[in-house]
Design a protein around this ligand. Structure first.
Ligand SMILES: [Zn+2]
Length: 376
């Protein structure tokens, strides 16, 4: 990061120079950026060398460092949603992959509508948006680009998609459709997810994704479609994802005194809904690790928008620097015998040996990895 900051300070034009004559593809959204950009990189490497900010450093210093680190003809850049306008302007990227927009780090990003509005303005200079047609904020933004490839991958978290980003009226939503009286409505997708298949007008591609959960199938679909629009064969692209089973420590299984802890990152309301959907499909004991430092966002009030009732019927232990907030929240949803531990190792010792799911927000996730001996 320091190298990137120094380069930007000494040569503010560096990103523009380093991106010149390269195919730059941006990947942005509230959730799934790191996974989707990693997937897209794998898909595109079936055709050519690709540079990628694989460390997840997705603000200017990390972006310029990634551009400076290689000279591949294609560069995939995971981009923080607040920095998408800057990155577009600097790199003159022709393609952006737009995943979803929902609340995250409330003290920094403010309202979702403000982010959608800044995207809409910035994307007017973009050639091609590969965009999730099930998220009204993404659709409104992507319509500013010259052309769009719509992908129907769904959104599980709809509470930030209730109001039309164009006119402020209510967006009426059914299971598979949404529309507003102003005329903004769900575009017909060029590609859509059907189970684990990605279905286009003339192709059906089987996605065999090593990472668990519906959100990662959606990430894979977005990546394969984007790669296809950039010239990759869809099946080759899909096949390149099969062996990716962990990204930046997410879903790693780490051992602690006979407990096999699967680490699941959940950064914000939409992420927690996905994570709880994933763990509630099983019966493993659960450790919830919750902090509110730095990138976690200091305002955890959104915990009250996440339904926790689905995780009953198993031991639950809470830890992290804001564990009290989590315990109170769980009590409100009727989980009364939740226990509390000073750290993840102690929490694991309080549940029976065997598989355990550890769901953590960002700071707590990094703490858990350090505790369990895999410092990042
Ligand atoms: Zn409207």
């Amino acid at each position: 990061m320091i190298g990137g900051r120094v380069l930007l300070a000494l040569a503010p034009q560096a990103p523009r120079e380093l991106a010149r004559n390269r195919e730059v593809v941006l990947v942005s959204g509230t959730n799934g950026k790191t996974t989707t950009s990693t997937y897209l990189t794998a898909c595109l490497r079936t055709r050519s060398p690709v540079d990628h900010n694989a460390d997840g450093a997705n603000t200017p210093a990390g972006i310029v460092r990634a551009l400076a680190a290689g000279s591949a003809p294609v560069v995939v850049l995971e981009t923080d949603e607040g920095w998408l306008p800057w990155t577009l302007e600097q790199t003159r990227a022709r393609t952006a992959v737009l995943l979803n927009l929902s609340r995250d780090q409330l003290h920094r990003h403010h309202e979702v509508a403000a982010v959608a509005s800044s995207w809409h303005s910035a994307l007017s200079g973009l050639d091609h948006a590969v965009a999730n047609c099930d998220d009204p904020d993404v659709v409104f933004s992507a319509l500013a680009a010259s052309r769009q490839t719509w992908v129907g991958v769904g959104i599980r978290w709809t509470q930030d998609a209730l109001v039309c980003p164009r006119c402020g009226q209510e967006c009426r939503r059914t299971a598979e459709d949404w529309r507003c009286t102003c005329g903004l409505r769900r575009p017909t997708p060029h590609w859509r997810l059907e189970g684990a298949d990605l279905v286009g007008d003339t192709r059906r591609v089987a996605l065999q994704v090593g990472l668990p959960g519906q959100a990662n199938l959606a990430n894979a679909a977005m990546a394969v479609v984007a790669a296809t629009t950039l010239g990759a064969d869809p099946q080759d692209a899909a096949d390149s994802l099969r062996d990716i089973v962990s990204i930046a420590g997410r879903y790693d299984v780490l051992e602690s005194a006979g407990r096999r802890a699967r680490l699941i990152l959940a950064k914000n309301p939409a992420g927690w809904v996905e994570a709880l959907g994933l763990v509630s499909a099983g019966t493993a004991p659960l450790v919830l690790a919750f902090s509110s430092d730095g990138v976690d966002g200091r305002d955890p009030s959104w915990l009250y928008d996440v339904p926790f009732a689905g995780i009953t019927g198993r031991p639950v232990v809470v830890t992290g620097r804001r564990a009290t907030d989590m315990v109170v929240r769980l009590q409100m949803d009727g989980l009364s015998d939740v226990r509390r531990a000073p750290n993840v190792v102690s929490a694991l010792a309080m549940v029976p040996p065997g598989p355990v799911d550890v769901v953590a927000n960002y700071g707590a996730f990094q703490d858990a990895r350090r505790e369990l001996g895999h410092a990042s």
